[in-house]
Design a binder for this molecule. Structure first.
Ligand SMILES: Nc1ncnc2c1ncn2[C@@H]1O[C@H](COP(=O)(O)OP(=O)(O)OP(=O)(O)O)[C@@H](O)[C@H]1O
Ligand SMILES: [Mg+2]
Length: 370
């Protein structure tokens, strides 16, 4: 995967820009508030179909303007491709893939594969399970389009089932009959999703262990533990039929409890991943630098697994990646990203001597002379 050129109009503080990227490392160099993260946000928008920073698309449109436009030329598989998106009225007004109009953003997601690391990703280690489920979903979707469809079906059924639970009082017969049909569907989709998550986590853990062994001379040993929907009964989720049966049993036997709680109590929407370092909870016991290293290793693993599934590395988008890392961790990271396409932000050039820089000032971008 190679990002070649992005064209932007009225996106955040960028009135108009056309920026070309090289293979290898591209450093977006500039002071605070000049537009470095904005450019990464535009690139990642094209990848996942939404912003990583906000919900309201209107905030992406330049102040006083009505529309924003992003267009990316990239190389994927064996050919040049393009995606363009027009934003307005708080939504995606039009989108094209390879110059052909698409009806839904889901037709675009996963075409331009990118892995983003930004300071907010420390929440992967520090915050609640929602962040980690989100991470898993984005990472697995990039490598496997079927996963996105299963996830969408799961959440659709979950919504219907929860509405039914809330109306149980009015119509108990309907609650038991229709509820059972939906329990079956949730169990089926849930079993597949749990299997993919378990597989991803197992492979990510192996890769993170290797990273840390090298980065810390084996002093720090990370581990990931999937807290899936059938934790007590199942260890690896490899057998979909078995998971489906256990999940269905839980859902169908406990409908009274769900009635009382007003919501679906079991399933992959409750999943979490426990992140440990040397056997202790990373959230509580790790230093800032250790937490950042863990989040970064997770992101590198995401890229590595994407390559295993699709045959090519995604583009790495790294926002403010080196702060809080000591010299040996910085050196390790820079060594690790060599040979991949990386677009990263920095305020100081010192860490990136010899790399190609794009100077960022007030939403304008200029290649720095060598
Ligand atoms: N919709 C918008 N219209 C115009 N300007 C905006 C809009 N949204 C954000 N900005 C401005 O874009 C500027 C640059 O933001 P950005 O997050 O890219 O900075 P940065 O270069 O990454 O800075 P830092 O080094 O502090 O992270 C900010 O000053 C912000 O006010
Ligand atoms: Mg920034």
């Amino acid at each position: 995967m190679l990002a070649k050129k992005i064209t932007l109009r009225n996106f955040r503080n960028i009135e108009q820009a056309e920026i070309s990227f090289h293979e290898g490392i591209n450093v977006l160099l500039g002071d605070n508030a000049e537009g470095k993260t904005n450019l990464l946000e535009a690139l990642y928008f094209v990848s996942i179909g939404k912003s990583f920073r906000l919900q309201h698309l209107n905030e992406l449109i330049r102040f006083e303007e009505k529309e924003a436009f992003i267009s990316l030329d990239f190389y994927a598989g064996t050919r040049d491709q393009s995606i363009s998106v027009l934003l307005g009225n708080n939504r995606v007004r039009a989108a094209e893939k390879n110059r052909v109009r698409v009806r839904r953003m889901s037709e675009i997601i996963g075409s331009f594969r990118a892995v983003l690391f930004c300071p907010e990703h420390l929440s992967l280690i520090k915050d609640g399970p929602g962040e980690r489920r989100n991470f898993l979903d984005i990472a697995i979707c990039a490598a496997e389009p079927l996963y996105l469809a299963a996830l969408q079906r799961y959440h659709h059924v979950l919504k219907q089932r929860n509405a039914l639970i809330r109306s149980a009082e009015d119509n108990p017969t309907l609650f038991y009959e229709t509820g059972d049909v939906w329990s079956k569907q949730l169990a089926k989709e849930g079993a597949y999703i749990a299997a993919r998550r378990a597989l991803f986590i197992g492979r990510a853990e192996r890769y993170m262990k290797e990273c840390f062994a090298e980065m810390t001379d084996a002093r720090e040993k990370p581990s990931l533990c999937y807290l899936g929907p059938c934790m007590k009964e199942i260890s690896d989720y490899a057998d979909n039929d078995k998971t489906e049966k256990i999940l269905y049993d839980k859902l169908s036997r406990n409908m009274e409890r769900e009635w009382a709680a007003g919501t679906t109590l079991w399933g992959i929407h409750k999943d979490d991943v426990e992140v440990l370092l040397n056997g202790r909870a990373a959230r509580t016991f790790c230093s800032q630098g250790q937490q950042r290293s863990l989040a970064l290793a997770l992101k590198l693993a995401e890229g590595e697994l994407c390559r295993e599934e699709t045959g090519e590395y995604p583009v790495f988008l790294f926002d403010d990646v080196l702060s809080e890392l000591d010299r040996s961790r910085k050196e390790y990271l820079l060594k690790k990203i060599k040979g991949k396409q990386v677009i990263l932000t920095a305020c100081e050039a010192a860490d990136f001597a010899g790399e190609r820089c794009i100077l960022v000032k007030g939403g304008s971008y200029h290649q720095k002379e060598e």
